[in-house]
Design a protein around this ligand. Structure first.
Ligand SMILES: O=C(O)CCC(=O)C(=O)O
Ligand SMILES: [Fe+2]
Length: 338
C-alpha cells in the first residue's frame, strides 16, 4: 500500500473551474459516515464535471512504476515485434499510430486519425469458457520478447479491478443505493487496459490530436498518466480544463453507459489529448464495464416516479459492439483511417 499523501483538495466548481477536483479515498480506511461523505462529493462532481482526480487509492507506487516500465519496454520494441501482436478480432493487441478515428464522436467532427499507438489488453477468457469465440471474448496477445511483461500487466489489472470494484460501491452509495447494489453487473466485467504512447507533436495543428475529442463508451475509466501532461477535459460552460498530472493520483471519469444508466444525472464529459511537448507521453487508461450480457436500464433513484426514463434499456454488449465496429479501421475498411 502506498503511504497516505496529503493532496490539497480543490473545490469542485461550476462552469468557471480551471482545475479538476481531487477526491481523497483515504486508502478506503473510512467508516459509514466517511463513505457517505465521499459518496456525496462524488455525486456532486460527477453531476458537474464528470471527471476528478483520486488520491490515496491504495495502488502501490511499485505497481505504477512496473506498468509504466512495461509500457515503455513494449513501445520501444522494433515495429515488427509490435506488429507481431497486431490487434485481433477480439480487440486485443497492438494498434499502430493513426489507425483509430473516432467516427462516433458526439463532440466534434473528427477527420484526422489519432497520433498515438497502443496495446489493448482485455479481460482474460479461458479457452474452456463458454463465451470463448463470441464478440470480444478471445485471447490476449503477449510480446514474447518481454518475459516479465504479462505478469506485470496482470498485477496492474488486479490492482485496477480492486480499485474499480471498491469505487463502484461508492457510486452505488452516491446514487442512493446499497453499496453492493451494482456489484452483480460486474461479476464478469468487460475490461480494457490500454498502454498508450503519444509521440511528441510540438507543432501540432489545432485539429491534430493524440486522442481527438471524445467521450468514453463505458462505465468508468481510471487513468494513470505520466508527468508530461496534454489531457484536457471540456468545461460545461465551454473551453477546456487541463488535467495537469498530480503525483500520486489517478484521473477518473464517467463513461457514456454510466451517464445513460443515471438518466443523465451524471456527465460523460468530452476530453482530448494533444502532446505538444517535446517528449513522449505514456498513459494507461483502465476501462471498467459491465458484463456484455447485462441490460442497462435507468437506475431507480435517477428518475422521478411520474417520469419516463430518457433512454431505452440496452444490452451492454450490443451497444459496445456498435461503437467499436464504427471507430476502428481494422474492423471496418470503410470506416477508420489508413
Ligand atoms: O491518454 C489519456 O490521457 C486519455 C486517453 C483517453 O481518453 C482514452 O483512451 O479514452
Ligand atoms: Fe477517453
Amino acid at each position: 500500500m502506498s503511504a497516505t499523501r496529503t493532496v490539497k483538495p480543490v473545490s469542485a466548481g461550476d462552469e468557471t473551474i480551471d482545475r479538476l477536483p481531487i477526491v481523497d479515498l483515504q486508502n478506503f480506511a473510512f467508516d459509514e459516515a466517511g463513505a457517505d461523505r465521499i459518496a456525496k462529493e462524488i455525486d456532486r462532481i460527477f453531476s458537474e464535471t464528470g471527471f476528478c482526480y483520486l488520491s490515496n487509492t491504495g495502488v502501490s507506487d511499485a505497481e505504477i512504476a512496473r506498468i509504466f516500465e512495461a509500457s515503455k519496454a513494449f513501445h520501444a520494441l522494433p515495429q515488427a515485434d509490435k506488429e507481431a501482436v497486431a490487434i485481433n478480432a477480439y480487440h486485443r493487441g497492438y494498434m499502430a499510430p493513426k489507425t483509430s478515428l473516432i467516427v462516433t464522436s458526439s463532440v466534434a467532427t473528427v477527420t484526422k486519425p489519432n497520433n498515438s499507438e497502443s496495446l489493448m489488453i482485455m479481460h482474460e477468457i479461458a479457452g474452456d469458457d463458454p463465451r470463448f469465440g463470441q464478440d470480444l471474448q478471445g485471447p490476449n496477445q503477449w510480446p514474447d520478447k518481454l518475459p516479465a511483461f504479462r505478469a506485470d500487466v496482470q498485477e496492474y489489472v488486479d490492482a485496477m479491478l480492486g480499485l474499480a470494484r471498491r469505487f463502484t460501491t461508492l457510486i452505488a452509495r452516491a446514487l442512493g443505493m446499497a453499496p453492493d447494489a451494482l456489484d452483480h453487473f460486474f461479476a464478469r466485467p468487460t475490461t480494457f487496459l490500454r498502454l498508450l504512447h503519444y509521440p511528441p507533436q510540438p507543432n501540432a495543428a489545432d485539429d491534430e490530436f493524440g486522442s481527438a475529442p471524445h467521450t468514453d463508451y463505458g462505465f468508468i475509466t481510471i487513468l494513470l498518466q505520466d508527468g508530461v501532461g496534454g489531457l484536457e477535459v471540456r468545461r460545461r460552460g465551454g473551453g477546456w480544463i487541463k488535467a495537469t498530472p498530480v503525483p500520486g493520483t489517478f484521473v477518473i471519469n464517467v463513461g457514456d453507459i454510466l451517464a445513460r444508466w443515471t438518466n443523465g444525472r451524471w456527465q460523460s464529459t468530452p476530453h482530448r489529448v494533444q502532446n505538444k511537448n517535446t517528449v513522449d507521453r505514456y498513459s494507461v487508461p483502465f476501462f471498467f464495464d459491465p458484463d456484455m450480457s447485462e441490460t442497462i436500464t435507468c437506475l431507480p433513484g435517477c428518475v422521478a416516479a411520474n417520469e419516463a426514463p430518457r433512454f431505452e434499456p440496452i444490452v451492454y454488449g450490443k451497444y459496445l459492439m456498435e461503437r467499436i465496429d464504427k471507430n476502428y479501421s481494422y474492423r471496418n475498411a470503410a470506416g477508420g483511417a489508413a
